[in-house]
Design a protein around this ligand. Structure first.
Ligand code: MRU
Length: 365
């Protein structure tokens, strides 16, 4: 997608191939700057500090991080140590584990001397695959928006939470892919963007990328969604996910579950857009089995924003010393999800429909 008219992916190799570059998402929307990642440590730090974030981009960055680690040392022990270090960065997004397993399985049969180059090529392929998967999610979700537009014969209002846009993936986004495609085809629409406390990925990142693409949007506080749905001002909800179980329970940014409850109470269709690598076929009960990342309390007690004089500052919103809890994700049970928009089509959120749609991948896990 484009920033100031120039096409970007969210991660790309440098021309010499000595490193990858990413967009520093901790600075958006106030400053656009890129960050160079040239080592395992730099990749792990970028994921942990959320310079890069979003389940698919975390996976892509980890794949490159593993390739960079193998340039330094490519024996079996080094391979395992690098995988462990990267896997420990963020626990909820299963794309991280899948990307590391993928690269490890690809390079393990090779002699150590060939592993780094093979891992680099595989990381690049994972990025290309992510773009293709998200494009297919867009194509699968587009008819849902077009059908609503035909039925209602007015601009469509879509609510989304957090950032499941191109910045969270390599390109297109998951929740945003059908939105971008519908907008590009002339379907009139508006996106209600939940600000998404504590880190405000909605207000900062989703608003930024929708604005760059010219998609009309309105930022709302997280608590406004139920009210808007009750007034008939939301036609559908589309969110992303960090991990979806074999029966369709979906972990996503904290607050997603409340939106699903409000959507169900008000008869608003609630969709979760997910690429294949976001499924965890090894687990069924999301509430019991998906690990939920607990992040620093300072993300709750403080916010980052731009002052009127353009400086970016971090200010407190709670009393000094206030105790705060910061679970970063919640789980929306499958029964609250009206459909999973995937790269293989739209499926009901239940084990039978998903096993039918994903066949061997689902069954052999
Ligand atoms: O903590 P974050 O910003 O990494 O959380 C991101 C989300 O919750 C996204 O909705 C999810 O990763 C899907 S991204 C296509």
């Amino acid at each position: 997608m484009k920033v100031d008219g120039r096409a970007y992916r969210s991660i790309w190799p440098t021309p010499s191939g000595d490193a990858v570059e990413t967009i520093d998402q901790t600075l958006l929307p106030h400053r656009f700057a890129t960050r160079r990642i040239d080592s395992l440590e730099a990749a792990a730090a970028a994921i942990k500090t959320m310079v890069v974030r979003g389940a698919p981009l975390i996976g892509a960055t980890a794949a490159y991080g593993l390739a960079l680690a193998l340039r330094r040392s490519a024996g079996d022990a080094a391979l395992e140590a690098a995988c462990s270090a990267l896997a420990a960065t963020r626990p909820t997004a299963v794309n991280l584990r899948h990307a590391l397993d993928d690269v490890r399985a690809f390079v393990a049969p090779l002699p150590p001397s060939g592993r780094a180059a093979a891992a680099w090529a595989r990381a690049a392929a994972i990025c290309d695959e992510d773009v293709a998967l998200n494009r297919r999610i867009g194509e699968a979700g587009l008819p849902l928006i077009e059908a609503l537009h035909r039925k209602l014969a007015r601009p469509i209002n879509i609510l989304t939470h957090c950032n499941a846009g191109w910045l969270a993936t390599v390109d297109w986004g998951t929740a945003t892919a059908p939105i971008y495609m519908a907008h590009d085809r002339g379907v009139p629409l508006r996106v209600f963007v939940d600000e998404t406390r504590p880190r405000n990925q909605g207000a900062a990142l989703t608003a930024f990328e929708l604005g760059q693409h010219g998609v009309p949007y309105t930022v709302i506080v997280d608590n406004a969604g139920g009210h808007l749905m009750q007034r008939g001002l939301v036609d559908m909800v589309v969110v992303g996910a960090d991990r979806v179980t074999a029966r369709g329970d979906a972990a996503n940014k904290i607050g997603t579950y409340l939106k699903a409850l409000a959507a169900r109470a008000n008869g608003v269709p609630f969709y979760v857009a997910v690429p294949s690598p976001t499924f965890d076929w090894t687990i069924v009960d999301g509430v019991a089995e998906i690990p939920i990342e607990e992040r620093p309390a300072e993300e709750v007690t403080h916010v980052v924003g731009r002052l009127d004089d353009s400086r970016v500052a971090r200010v407190a919103v709670a009393p000094a010393g206030a105790e705060a809890a910061n679970p970063a994700f919640d789980v929306t049970p499958a029964e609250l999800i009206d459909g999973l928009i995937t790269d293989r089509g739209v499926f009901a959120a239940n084990a039978t429909a998903l096993a039918r749609g994903f066949g061997q991948a689902a069954i052999s896990a």
